[in-house]
Design a binder for this molecule. Structure first.
Ligand SMILES: Cc1ncc(COP(=O)(O)O)c(C=O)c1O
Length: 402
């Protein structure tokens, strides 16, 4: 035995706030009680019960991803692990990858491709702009690519690639496989994997799905799967090897011990989405996010991204001159028990509009906390105007118990 002193730690009860904070940042987001309850259960990772859970998770995921593909898989890991799973299975040394880059997460996909030895070309999109299909078409015409990577909603700077359907079509016609990161967008806005021709779509649990962080989903198209099956290049990743994961996800056998509680939570999150239906869920997201954006502008604040490129799933707002973003966030958290996000190096604040965040009562609390805290931090704010505008935008919105 080493002579290590037994650490004296503070029990969790004394660390966590008495009243849970309202999580209105860029994720993780609040989870419904059914999801929280499922997350507290442990069952065997193999056997009849788990087989039923897995089959239902796949069926529900097919609906949410909008695909008939039989290659739906869960990943024990963050959204980044699912991104890496897409990349390391479809990309190997010598493969030519075009990475559409308009933020931190799209650059992460490019870096992952580079790390597995691909020849990566970055298509850098101007900050705050959506990717124009014409620009992509020119790059695709100039040289062949095996894979194109793109992020539907760049959470990092709140830019939306609104022409994703057209971009997928262009990539497919040029013979490339389309890898799409839908980590923050899936189930918050349309993402039609099969209809648009995406070949690998990734999502995390902690965003639109309103499940827990650490268990993610990936779906490969039949075409992507044929590349994976025919692959001769060595595979350096063991946990992320899709052919091994197929043992668990399609053959009821062992790959690694599945994150059982997280999968049960994901099951419940997907079930609630199916109950709500995608149409109603998209409508709820659109109405709430638009009302929040109008409310923020009526407070006297400026949104970060012009409307044509603006992501609805995470709303970015500029921090006024001489106001400290950290001070605003700290005040919101301490005084109002509401958490929102800063950004990675950008002087913006980000408010999530994903899953359970998109409820009228959360929006009133968040907008009020934001306006009041901005005022304390020195910004000129018209709080009643902001709240009135939010209320106008939410007319007819459904409340959870209705
Ligand atoms: C668009 C996007 N892609 C990927 C990720 C990475 O997910 P994770 O942090 O779970 O690895 C995030 C997380 O914020 C994201 O928003």
């Amino acid at each position: 035995m080493l002579n290590i002193e037994i650490p004296k730690v503070i029990p969790l009860d004394n660390i966590l706030p008495d009243e849970p904070l309202l999580m209105m940042g860029a994720g993780p987001v609040p989870i419904p009680p059914k999801v929280a309850a499922a997350n507290s259960v442990v069952i065997n990772h193999l056997g009849e019960t788990m087989n039923t859970v897995v089959e239902q998770v796949k069926d529900m995921a097919r609906y949410v991803f909008q695909t008939h593909s039989s290659h739906v898989m869960g990943v024990a890991g963050p959204g980044s692990a699912a991104m890496e799973m897409a990349i390391c299975n479809l990309v190997w040394p010598g493969r030519r990858v075009l990475s559409v880059c308009n933020g931190m997460f799209s650059r992460r996909l490019a870096e992952m491709a580079q790390r597995v030895g691909a020849e990566v070309t970055r298509l850098e999109v101007e900050e705050g702009h959506t990717t124009e299909p014409d620009i992509l078409a020119k790059r695709l015409a100039a040289q062949p690519f095996d894979v194109v990577t793109i992020v539907q909603g760049e959470t990092s700077n709140t830019v939306w690639n609104r022409y994703l359907p057209e971009i997928c079509k262009l990539g497919k016609s040029a013979g490339a496989l389309m890898v799409v990161d839908a980590v923050c967008t899936l189930s918050t806005m349309p993402m039609e994997m099969e209809g648009w021709g995406a070949d690998a779509v990734i999502t995390g649990g902690q965003k639109g799905l309103s499940s827990i962080p650490g268990v993610s989903l990936i779906t490969f198209s039949e075409e992507a799967w044929s590349h994976i099956e025919r692959r001769n290049a060595p595979m350096s990743h063991w946990c992320l090897d899709a052919r091994l994961a197929d043992q668990f996800w399609n053959k009821k056998s062992y790959h690694y011990t599945a994150p059982v509680s997280g999968l049960l939570a994901l099951h419940e999150a997907l079930r609630l989405i199916c109950d709500e239906t995608l149409e109603r869920r998209f409508e709820r997201h659109l109405q709430c996010s638009a009302a929040l954006q109008q409310g923020i502008e009526a407070l006297g604040l400026e949104l970060a991204v012009p409307v044509e490129a603006r992501l609805n799933s995470v709303v970015g707002l500029k921090v006024p001159a001489d106001v400290s973003a950290d001070a605003v966030r700290r005040h919101m958290s301490r005084a109002y028990r509401v958490e929102i996000s800063g950004a990675f190096g950008l002087n913006i604040l980000r408010i999530g509009q994903m899953g359970e965040q998109v409820r009228p009562h959360h929006l009133f609390r968040t907008l009020h906390a934001l306006g009041a805290s901005m005022r304390v931090a020195g910004a000129k704010i018209d709080l009643p105007a902001g709240v009135a505008e939010l209320e106008r935008g939410l007319v007819g919105a459904r409340y959870p118990a209705e």
